[in-house]
Design a protein around this ligand. Structure first.
Ligand SMILES: [Zn+2]
Length: 114
């Protein structure tokens, strides 16, 4: 499962941050996941629940914020937010569309307890 390896790298970040701040526990984690990140939020949550056992995030709550795709058209400079995967410009029909946002998986927020 792809999500499990992503969660493993999220935990690397959690452990590093906890160490940095001398925290004993992670209480809440907010992840921003682009709709094009290739991740299923439900699977991400269950992978997190499996992985957290026995770690300092054992009691942590995970929140997944899904980020829609934002595209920019270099031909007409139009920006659009879309949920589908139709990558032509809605304004001018250009197919040279650039994806500005929506492919990322970011640890947006970590709440720690000392
Ligand atoms: Zn355009």
């Amino acid at each position: 499962m792809h999500e499990l390896s992503l969660v493993a790298s999220v935990f690397d970040i959690l452990e590093e941050k906890a160490r940095e701040h001398g925290a004993a526990r992670v209480v809440r984690v907010v992840l921003k996941v682009g709709v094009m990140a290739g991740v299923v939020p439900d699977l991400l949550e269950s992978a997190f629940d499996i992985y957290k056992k026995g770690t300092l995030a054992e009691g942590a709550r995970l929140e997944v914020v899904v980020v829609p795709v934002r595209t920019r058209c270099p031909d007409c400079d139009g920006e659009a937010v879309r949920e589908d995967a139709d990558f032509s410009c809605a304004a001018c029909g250009s197919r040279r569309i650039e994806i500005v946002e929506g492919r990322e998986l970011i640890v947006e927020r970590i709440e720690l307890e000392t």
